[in-house]
Every structure is written in structure tokens, then in C-alpha cells.
Design a protein around this ligand. Structure first.
Ligand code: NAP
Ligand code: GDD
Length: 356
């Protein structure tokens, strides 16, 4: 490891939406950031490429290590190599609908994967005597059918293999904190979005589609349940909460949410309004996007985080939609320019036909 004086962080899920914003935040605070990268046949580092420098050329602040939450040996090896001060366990198969299609894999990565990471941490802490702080990426999906507003005191009633796996990860984390005295925090984060959101989550699916329809690149948008309510915040605000939890004197669990909620239909209306289109002419129902069990209403009560961590969301619902629409309009314009110049539409433009 380099002789850097700042802290060292290890992030699983560094290539995901939250991993990229968290990496930016930690680098801005002088951290050396190490990420666990899973092997893929195509490059999967788009979201962090702007932060990554060729280690042959400059002293890097971001370094990547191959590993996988399904492979405990790789996690132990990365932990021993990096010797981090803080661990952020963000890696997961994070798509709720997909978790009904690949439940065992989802449980293996989101549930057991957390246990593998915690065991690696326990062994490392015992052997080295080092004090490492650990953040676990929990989810409002754990609340499932529990009535809103949901807080740290609301009992879990998960409604998907993903939600059940996250609830297991939450309790594994509490168990390791109580049993071994480790500094472990559970964040219970409500939905958070951004221009970097995966294109099969509903918000990004909608902003991509509306902007592509606007530029004549797509005709229709197919959606499932428009009545579900979610408490949508901005991912950049939520990674700040993760960091704040690990700076607190004692390890604890915190709900992170805006405290306001909207239906999927309201998100669709506002998005299409922003590009000057009437949504009802373009949006069609497709039952394949329904879930075998739905989570109807999530709205968080983050008063504990507001009072203890002094955490506040800075981006409201309208601003979030505007930010995502602006970014996707620019992508659609680039796509249009390529097509006008006689090139095929880029691969990502086909996301609309993927069945999730
Ligand atoms: P995301 O964009 O789907 O990113 C997931 C990350 O996990 C990616 O880096 C992915 O790698 C990695 N990953 C997947 N399988 C893995 C495996 N077997 N081993 C190691 N890494 C693996 O998710 P996100 O929105 O950033 O969310 C971050 C975390 O917070 C997740 O655990 C999610 O479940 C949780 N969470 C998210 C929200 C939300 O609204 N965004 C709310 C509550 C909780 P690839 O890039 O290679 O796929
Ligand atoms: N993805 C998707 N696609 N969702 C749709 C669609 C569609 O075509 N049509 C309607 N929806 C509804 C879903 O049924 C759900 O009620 C809501 O839109 C939100 O779906 P997602 O954006 O896929 O998010 P999620 O709430 O299921 O899960 C996200 O938030 C969790 C926190 O509560 C994910 O980021 C999870 O990883 C995260 O833990």
C-alpha cells in the first residue's frame, strides 16, 4: 500500500450508482479508495472511469481489486491486502423484480455475501487488532408491507427475495456488532436516484424513455404498477449519510429518507411535462413489469439521522426529476446525432426492450 496519510476505504459495489458517488465523496475528503471489481466480459467501470487513473502513470487515489461477494476467499484476500480503515458493503444484486427470477443468487450475494464480508472483517480484526468501521447497505425494501411512515422502530415485513436477503444482512450485521463488539452500522436507505441510476429501475427507465420519445428515438414506454408510492431522494445526498454514520462515535442504525413520497404515475407525469409531452399518449401497461408481491407505500421518517448525524437531503423531488431529464436529454441528443450521421443506435438505446 502507498504511504498516503489519509484514511483508506474499501467499497464493494464501487461500479454501481452509489459506489460511484461515494468514491467521489471519499476522494474529495482525501481518502485512498479501494474497490472490489467483479470480473465481466465487458468493461463495467463506466460510472467510475472519470475517477480512475492508470496506476502506471500517476499515484492513484482509486484502486480496483478483483473479487466477488460470492467468493469469501477473495474478500479475505482483498481485506488483508488493503487494510482499510472503513468498509462500505454496497455490492448486491439490487433489482427487486429480478430477485424473483434469481432468488438463490440474490440471497447468495445480498444475504450470504454480507456474512462472508463480516466474517472476513472479524478474522481480520482479531488477527491484526485493527479497528475497522463497517457500513452495511440496508434497504427500505425490508419494510415491505409495513405501514408508513417507516422508521428504525418499524418491524420488517419484506415482500421479495431481495428484501428478505437484505433483512438477513441487516440482522447478521447487528449480530456481529453485539457478539464481537465490531463498529458496524446499518443504513436503511429509501429509494435514491440520479442520472447514474441503472436503466431498468423505474425512474431512469422513465427519464430515458421520455427523452428518447421526445427526440423520435422511441415510440412507447411500457410500465407495470403506476400506483406504487416511493420516497425518492438523490443518491449524492445518501452516500453522504453513509459516511456520516461511520464518523459517529458509536455504531448505530439509521433510516435515510426525504420524508415525502410520490406515486410512479406522478413521476411519469412530471417527467413527460418537463419534455413538453402528454404522458398518457405514450405510456402503456405491460403485466410483465408487475411483481409477484408488491411494496405499495414507502415513506421514511429520518428524524433520527437528522438529529444525531445532522444529515439533511439537499435535492427535492422536482429538482431530482429535472436533473435526470436534463442528463438523459443530452444522451438522447448524442444518440440522435449518431443516427443522423449514419451510425447504428448505441447498444444502451436498446434498454427499453429488456424485460425487467
Ligand atoms: P447498483 O447500481 O445495482 O450497484 C450494485 C453494485 O454491486 C455494482 O457495483 C455491482 O457490480 C455490484 N455487485 C453485484 N453483484 C456482485 C457480486 N456478486 N460481488 C460483488 N459486487 C457485486 O446498486 P446501487 O443503487 O448503487 O445500490 C448500492 C447498494 O445499496 C446495494 O446493495 C443496494 O441493494 C442498496 N440500496 C440501494 C438503494 C437505492 O435506491 N439505490 C436503496 C437502498 C439500498 P456490477 O457493476 O459489476 O454489476
Ligand atoms: N423497475 C420497474 N420497471 N419498476 C416499475 C415498473 C417498471 O417498468 N413499472 C412500475 N414499477 C414500480 C415497481 O413495481 C415498484 O413499485 C416501483 O415502480 C419502484 O421500482 P424500482 O425502481 O425497480 O425500485 P424498487 O423500489 O423496487 O427498489 C429500489 O429501491 C429499494 C429501496 O426501497 C432498488 O434500488 C432496491 O435496490 C432498493 O433497495
Amino acid at each position: 500500500m502507498s504511504g498516503r496519510v489519509g484514511k483508506r476505504a474499501l467499497i464493494t459495489g464501487i461500479t454501481g450508482q452509489d459506489g460511484s458517488y461515494l468514491t467521489e465523496l471519499l476522494v474529495s475528503k482525501g481518502y485512498e479508495v479501494h474497490g472490489v471489481l467483479r470480473r465481466a466480459s465487458l468493461f463495467n467501470t463506466d460510472r467510475i472511469d472519470h475517477l480512475y487513473h492508470d496506476p502506471h502513470q500517476v499515484r492513484p487515489s482509486v484502486l480496483l481489486h478483483y473479487g466477488d461477494l460470492a467468493d469469501g476467499a477473495s474478500l479475505r484476500h482483498v481485506l488483508e491486502t488493503v487494510q482499510p480503515d472503513e468498509i462500505y458493503n454496497l455490492g448486491a444484486q439490487s433489482h427487486v423484480r429480478v430477485s424473483f427470477q434469481i432468488p438463490e443468487y440474490t440471497a447468495d450475494v445480498a444475504g450470504l455475501g454480507t456474512l462472508r464480508m463480516l466474517e472476513a472483517l472479524r478474522e481480520h480484526a482479531e488477527r491484526s487488532g485493527r479497528h475497522v468501521r463497517y457500513y452495511q447497505a440496508g434497504s427500505s425494501e425490508m419494510f415491505g408491507a409495513a405501514a408508513p411512515p417507516q422508521s428504525e422502530n418499524t418491524p420488517f415485513h419484506p415482500r421479495s427475495p431481495y428484501g428478505v436477503s437484505k433483512a438477513a444482512a441487516h440482522w447478521y450485521s447487528i449480530n456481529y456488532r453485539e457478539a464481537y463488539g465490531l463498529f458496524i452500522c446499518n443504513g436503511i436507505l429509501f429509494n435514491h436516484e440520479s442520472p447514474r441510476r441503472g436503466e431498468t429501475f423505474v425512474t431512469r427507465k422513465v427519464t430515458r424513455a421520455a427523452t428518447r420519445i421526445k427526440l423520435g428515438l422511441q415510440d412507447k414506454l411500457y410500465l407495470g404498477n403506476l400506483d406504487a408510492r416511493r420516497d425518492w431522494g438523490f443518491a449524492g445526498d445518501y452516500v453522504a449519510a453513509m459516511w456520516l454514520m461511520l464518523q459517529h462515535e458509536v455504531p448505530d442504525d439509521f433510516v435515510i429518507a426525504t420524508g415525502t413520497s410520490h406515486t410512479v404515475r406522478e413521476f411519469v407525469e412530471l417527467t413527460f411535462d418537463q419534455v413538453g409531452l402528454d404522458w398518457s399518449k405514450y405510456v402503456e401497461f405491460d403485466p410483465r413489469y408487475l411483481r409477484p408481491a408488491e411494496v405499495d407505500f414507502l415513506e421514511g421518517d429520518a428524524s433520527k439521522a437528522r438529529s444525531i448525524l445532522r444529515w439533511e437531503p439537499t435535492v427535492g423531488f422536482n429538482e431530482l426529476v429535472r436533473m435526470m431529464v436534463e442528463s438523459d436529454l443530452e444522451l438522447a441528443r448524442q444518440e440522435r446525432t449518431l443516427i443522423n450521421a449514419g451510425h447504428n443506435a448505441p447498444e444502451r438505446g436498446r434498454a427499453t426492450v429488456r424485460q425487467v
